[in-house]
Ligand binder design. Structure first.
Ligand code: MN
Length: 338
């Protein structure tokens, strides 16, 4: 089927399914990101506009730094709603999980699912199952969940106001790595153009997503780069950070997001790793690679997962032994002699 034909069919089936819902709760994965939040905001507005009873409830609070897309939108946490209204009152509603196909990852919102998950609807773009047009509205070829939500607006013939366009555009920009990743399509750009036509400013989105970090992130970069090393053949670059250093700067490990990508800047580096000490006997390994280098098998050996070019694992080893053990495994994976 043509991609557009499939998306039209997804949208049509989605609205058919919505018709039988008495109340809707929209949620996303734990640790909500711009694509998940943008898709929630967009979908909630659309469903309310179409006369549905809908609200957004997440397991985790949305990150403070994303306030530029969150302003004016009501996003509650499960704990808040549970304390105020009691979870029992929310049972029986349809739970729409956007940007996530794994019921485990919606955290406590999962309490609202029927045992057989018959009230769960998935709107997602992650790799995995094919859509069943009943419960699962998934298009793994789509670069972001926000694009899927955009298609729903088109199918419903609804206008997108600027504050919704901002949230959807931010999600698309984040999930395509600023239109750089492989799933970016002509359609992605067409949708982005439509969203920009509402008058939103792309530089504000870029600033909100990229240049909205605490000062401590620069300090932590200094520490990381002091530890920079290369494999013998210099096709792997890696650095590491101790838990104490993160804590002393008043940072969370989240604040290190994306830094490992910088190590791929030299064209000769095939793979990059950041090792972060989570406690004395536990180390997080975050790996990135160039588009034609698959590093996933290396982390899978340690029970990790992710994508071919961006993946990770958490190992029960102290920082130094994790480095000593993992780098040769990665060298073998990228084809560098050890
Ligand atoms: Mn996404």
């Amino acid at each position: 089927m043509q991609p557009n034909a499939q998306l039209d069919r997804l949208s049509e089936a989605f609205f058919r399914r919505m018709k039988s819902c008495l109340g809707i709760i929209i949620t996303t994965h734990r640790g909500p990101d711009p694509d998940g939040l943008g898709a929630e905001i967009g979908l909630n507005y659309l469903l309310l506009k179409l006369g549905f009873d809908s609200r957004i409830i997440n397991h985790d609070e949305a990150p403070e730094k994303l306030s530029f897309i969150l302003e004016g939108h009501k996003i509650e946490t499960f704990d808040q709603v549970d304390a105020r209204e009691g979870r029992e009152r929310l049972r029986g509603r349809t739970v729409i999980s956007v940007d996530n196909s794994d019921p485990e990852r919606i955290g406590d919102v999962g309490f609202l699912l029927n045992k057989d998950h018959s009230n769960l609807v998935i709107v997602d773009h992650h790799d995995g199952a094919a859509p069943d047009y009943e419960r699962l509205f998934q298009d793994p070829d789509c670069a972001s969940s926000c694009e899927l939500v955009y298609r729903l607006y088109e199918a419903a013939g609804q206008e997108i106001p600027p504050e919704i366009a901002l949230a959807l555009y931010a999600g698309i920009v984040a999930d395509t790595g600023h239109f750089r990743y492989g799933k970016t399509t002509p359609e992605t750009h067409r949708i982005a153009a439509k969203l920009l036509e509402t008058g939103i400013r792309p530089e504000k989105v870029a600033e909100g997503l990229l240049n909205n970090q605490p000062l401590g992130r620069l300090e932590i970069k200094k520490k990381l780069y002091q530890s920079l090393r290369f494999s013998k053949g210099k096709t792997i670059a890696f650095f590491s950070i101790r838990r104490d250093d993160v804590q002393k700067l008043g940072l969370e490990f989240d604040h290190l997001d994306g830094l490992v990508n910088e190590l791929l800047e030299p064209g000769s580096v095939k793979a990059a790793v950041m090792f972060s000490e989570r406690d004395r006997h536990r180390t997080r390994i975050s790996v990135r690679s160039r588009s034609d280098v698959d590093v996933l098998p290396a982390v899978q050996k340690y029970g990790g997962g992710g994508h071919k070019n961006a993946c990770g694992a958490t190992v029960d080893s102290p920082l130094d032994s994790a480095i000593a053990e993992f780098i040769p495994v990665l060298q073998a994976q990228v084809g560098e002699p050890t």
